[in-house]
Design a protein around this ligand. Structure first.
Ligand code: DON
Length: 566
């Protein structure tokens, strides 16, 4: 039996005991409002907004801007993401502020003279998609906000201008961020030209404060058509980047209908395309239905086997059918058709792993319209629930940790390398080992396929859960596992988040087991034919569960996040 709890983590205030391999850690609770985020200063910013009468969307916008200051590896102005909103009155929406390919982008833009993908989709000025975060937060505020826009940016501006005290994890993260060393502006701001920030030092970002201040004064159009836009576009031109003022002016947040489904009497609201995450969550749940996969308990051989096989089948479909729905007809209904999922389920051998080579994308043809994965803290997810029962789940990202490592000169924010989420060449794996084809090929204005899975769950019309995670291709599996742990294994959100997870993504044909995974299950899975590899983590999930009148929070212990509640 292994203790995964309080080993040097900032969770000493949460007592924990071990029940087998499952930590029975008590969740932090609240009765009025809760913010769960991966950086404590930003979580507290959101809580203050709630305490001062702001609603969950106000708080989510303020947290988003605060994370852009205090959590530079993922919080951002220069990236994009998704915001899922469910109001207490039952109204829902999904704001897609995912980056899009610039107009000068083209299908083969990342192929070298040998026809193979270069690393330009990850490093350098050409790796950035047109950023969406500022537009997304503005759209959310216009639609649902109750506090003045400038008030929601004020905490972030103060944190950038006056600085914040660097914590140990932030100091470590900055020091080890290789890509920040390559760009003079990033090196100056985040690495103090080699005199690295130590815990307790104050990190000030005056250029970022000015950018935020302009956005506070003039609104999102400052970012897309004002001084910020023109300076960003000029820097792009000077360094061979693609984004122009016209790209920025044309950028729009798209409001979409959340993808919906049902699982054992729970209503699931989740991310539609251009995320594959929601389809993954619903496909996996659909394939598991009726298997009694949960009869032997969480992380039992039976549970992991059925979940992994369902994941494998989803990732095969993902590679073929999923992309930006404005450019490619994603067969959402056929992919979620119970008869189709039953067919997929029937191909699972109860006793043996199915080799991925024998699993193909599964829809009838007529319906078809080498970099090793690593885990770091690139993307970030947070949830907010307010006293009225409004809920918001946001996942936003620069893609890689600190994006492409380039700070827009004089503007203080890092640029994304989201273009790597497109398919550079059919069959060639991206940074997360994801493969794909036409559905996710590069086209001007198109949004790259995502795994981000912000999800809100209700039961009998009442809020039950808000959840999501960073973790690249592992987001979908990590979020699905935590939901199943809560619904099927009756775990509280903190214990569910702490349970060691597993990940199977069809290709490569490997079952990744998070450190701390039960050894007996691992041995049994190997005997069933799984090729198993240890991994540090499978997504870093953040969750809020509503239990009666109490909000329970679960935050990733391997990060230094916070459940802020009152
Ligand atoms: O949208 C996606 O799926 C990726 N850009 C997310 C990247 C990510 O989660 C990296 N974080 N750990």
């Amino acid at each position: 039996m292994q203790s995964r709890c309080c080993a040097g983590l900032l969770t000493a205030f949460l007592c924990c005991t071990n029940v087998g391999e499952v930590s029975a850690k008590e969740p932090v609770t609240g009765t009025h409002g809760m913010v769960v985020a991966q950086e404590p200063i930003a979580a507290d910013v959101g809580l203050e907004i709630l305490k001062n009468g702001g609603n969950a969307v106000d708080a989510a916008v303020a947290v988003g801007f605060a994370l852009a200051v205090t959590h530079s590896s993922a919080g951002n102005l220069g990236g994009g993401g998704f915001m899922l909103v469910r109001l207490a009155n039952g109204a829902t929406t999904f704001l897609d502020f995912r980056e899009c390919a610039p107009r000068k982008a083209s299908r083969d833009m990342y192929l070298g003279p040998d026809g193979e993908p270069t690393r330009d989709s990850i490093f350098g000025w050409r790796s950035s998609g047109v950023p969406g975060s500022v537009s997304g937060f503005s759209a959310a505020h216009k639609k649902f906000g109750t506090k003045p826009w400038a008030d929601l940016l004020a905490p972030a501006i103060k944190l950038a201008r006056d600085g914040f005290v660097v914590s140990e994890p932030v100091a470590e993260s900055l020091k080890s961020a290789e890509q920040l060393r390559q760009d003079p502006e990033s090196k100056r701001i985040f690495l103090r030209d080699g005199d690295y920030y130590k815990p307790g030092d104050v990190l000030r970002q005056p250029e970022l404060a000015e950018t935020l201040d302009r956005i506070a004064q003039h609104g999102a159009r400052e970012f897309y058509d004002g001084e910020t836009a023109h300076r960003l576009a000029a820097a792009m031109t000077a360094h061979g980047g693609l984004i122009t003022v016209d790209d920025l002016k044309a950028y729009k947040t798209i409001e979409r209908k959340p993808l919906t489904g049902e699982y054992k009497g729970f209503q699931i609201l989740t991310a539609p395309p251009p995320s594959a995450g929601g389809l993954g969550l619903l496909q996996i749940m659909g394939i598991l239905t009726g298997t009694h996969y949960d009869s032997d308990g969480p992380n039992s051989t039976k549970a992991v086997h059925y979940e992994a096989e369902a994941m494998r089948r989803f990732y095969a479909d993902r590679s073929e059918y999923m992309g930006d729905p404005d450019f490619y007809v994603v067969p959402v209904k056929p992919l979620l058709n119970p008869a189709y999922l039953a067919k997929r389920r029937s191909t699972i051998d109860p006793q043996h792993a199915t080799p991925s080579d024998l699993v193909e994308p599964g829809l009838p043809k007529a319906m078809n319209a080498g970099i090793t994965w690593y885990e770091s803290t690139e993307t970030t997810h947070y949830n907010v629930v307010d006293a009225h029962g409004n809920a918001v789940a946001v996942t936003y990202t620069l893609n890689n940790s600190y994006g492409n490592g380039i700070t827009a000169p004089g503007l203080g924010f890092l640029l994304n390398d989201e273009m790597d989420d497109f398919v550079a060449k059919p069959g060639a794996p991206n940074m997360f080992g994801m493969v794909g084809g036409d559905a996710n090929a590069i086209e001007p204005g198109k949004r790259p396929l995502s795994s981000m899975t912000p999800t809100i769950i209700t039961k009998n019309g009442k809020l039950f859960m808000a959840v999501g995670a960073p973790g690249g291709s592992r987001i979908t599996t990590g979020v699905t596992e935590v939901i199943l742990d809560v619904i099927d294994f009756h775990m509280n959100p903190q214990s569910a988040v702490d349970l060691p997870r597993f990940h199977e993504q069809w290709k490569p044909d490997i079952l990744y087991l998070q450190d701390g995974f039960p050894a007996a299950t691992e041995d049994a899975l190997k005997k069933m034919g799984y090729q198993v590899k240890p991994t540090e983590g499978v997504a870093r999930v953040e969750a809020i569960v509503v239990k009666g009148h109490t909000l329970e929070g679960g935050t990733e212990s391997r990060l230094h996040g916070k459940v802020a509640a009152y």
